[in-house]
Design a binder for this molecule. Structure first.
Ligand code: LLP
Length: 410
């Protein structure tokens, strides 16, 4: 979103016009930004055989998935339902990485029937997989590297107490199972968390991969997961993917020579691809001053954007109805009957009732984590593509709230 001639634009579409045309609250995504991010990552790794498996959980709208598929991305899915969405969007089964955690084994069986790439993250399932498929269906193994990484403990997945992955210290047990059932291991995978700023985390992962990879002779790929931090706030430290590209490419190419053939290098970015493309537009319902605080109430809340409440995440907020007005300090709060503060003590251009606020960085884990709490309806989604704003999900209606409810005689 950029400010030009006194108005905020997404491509050549005025953000206020989108709010007016589709109503609020509404999630708006900029296709150009999504493709820019995808290309940035591909360019950073141009000297290796890189494959991007977009993490569907970040934003799973079919149109977004199709956009990414059309532009050369694969998909990373964690539930059989995400897998079906990815297939519906046109991804080939072989382009879909299935990495469930604590899901029923029947989901893995279904994923095998669908022909997906299977990533197994625990020893009991590796045994079950081996007993059922032997060498007839390959799989990948998710390792837990015992690395603490990521923005906070809630989104850190590679530390020693995490439920994810098979500990690297259990390599001997992995190898026993692989040998016993002659399982073909075609990939190794690590995902250590989200909001990672340090290239070092990925270089440490590389060391671990390269030290264990020689125990697996059938590898086709090494999957470094993702977690690249993007900027939420001015001055935020972010993952420098260009720098990571240079350092990891060098190491990876040396490793491939030692391994004896070229492997694919995979990433599974969610936030990096879609976070900055998205804005949640909401209407100011009320300005309420107390002796200590001026609250701006908006027609959205933790039901639509959980991140501030769940992770104390910072999302920048703009008053797009009054881009040049005098700045005051406000606390922007949602309409849910909980303390759903979206931004406390924020400087915003003077806000009046009815003004449209844009909550930034709402592309990743915004709509996909939305709920119907307080029996509120989920917002519409709009994609701006080729200078046109297109509806890609209808706003929910009251019928949607009733769907599936069984009314019994009482
Ligand atoms: N691969 C796997 C196996 C994952 O579990 C995840 C995210 C990703 C890739 C993508 O990570 P990303 O590039 O988006 O950081 N809801 C939290 C983030 C949770 C991420 C869960 N797994 C948030 O809003 O910050």
């Amino acid at each position: 979103m950029e400010l030009r001639e006194g108005s905020y634009f997404i491509q050549n579409v005025k953000a206020l016009d989108i709010a007016e045309q589709f109503g609020t609250p509404v999630y708006v995504y900029d296709a150009n930004k999504i493709l820019h991010q995808l290309n940035t990552l591909k360019t950073a790794f141009a000297d290796v055989d890189v494959k991007i498996k977009y993490a569907v959980k970040a934003l799973s709208n079919l149109s977004i998935l199709r956009l990414l598929k059309k532009n050369g991305s694969g998909a990373d899915v964690v539930s059989i339902q995400e897998a079906h969405l990815a297939l519906k969007a046109g991804f080939l089964p072989s382009e879909i990485m299935f990495s469930p955690n604590c899901a029923d084994f029947s989901e893995i069986e279904e994923a095998v029937k669908l022909g997906l790439v299977i990533n197994i993250d625990n020893l009991p399932f590796l045994k079950k997989f081996g007993a059922k498929y032997g060498s007839s269906y390959p799989c990948s193994i998710r390792l837990n590297p015992h690395i603490m990484a990521g923005g906070n403990i809630k989104i850190s997945t590679g530390h020693s107490d995490s439920k994810f992955g098979i500990s690297v210290h259990q390599l001997a047990q992995i190898l026993d199972v692989v040998k016993q059932y002659t399982i073909k291991i075609e990939g190794l995978h690590i995902h250590t968390g989200s909001d990672i700023t340090e290239t070092d985390v990925f270089l440490k992962m590389a060391d671990i991969f390269f030290s264990v990879a020689h125990s697996f002779s059938d590898l086709k790929f090494i999957d470094f997961g993702s977690g690249f931090k993007v900027s939420y706030k001015e001055g935020d430290k972010v993952m420098d993917v260009a720098d990571l590209g240079v350092k990891l490419t060098e190491r990876f190419n040396i490793f491939c020579k030692q391994y004896g053939r070229n492997l694919e290098l995979w990433f599974e970015p969610g936030k990096f691809i879609v976070s900055e493309s998205g804005h949640l537009l909401a209407k100011t319902t009320l300005i309420k001053s107390t002796p200590s605080t001026t609250f701006v109430g908006v027609n959205t809340g933790l039901n639509h954007l959980l991140r501030p409440m769940m992770y104390d995440a910072y999302h920048h907020i703009l008053n797009i109805s009054n881009p040049t007005g005098e700045q005051h300090v406000y606390t922007v709060v949602g309409y849910i009957c909980e303390t759903d503060t979206i931004g406390a003590g924020r400087k915003l251009n003077e806000v009046s009732e009815g003004d449209i606020l844009a909550i930034k960085n709402a592309g990743a884990y915004g709509f996909s984590m939305a709920s119907n709490y307080n029996s509120r309806l989920r917002p519409a989604e709009v994609l701006v593509i080729n200078d046109e704003a297109k509806l890609i999900r209808e706003r929910e209606n009251f019928e949607d709230l009733l769907k599936g409810q069984v009314e019994i005689d009482l």
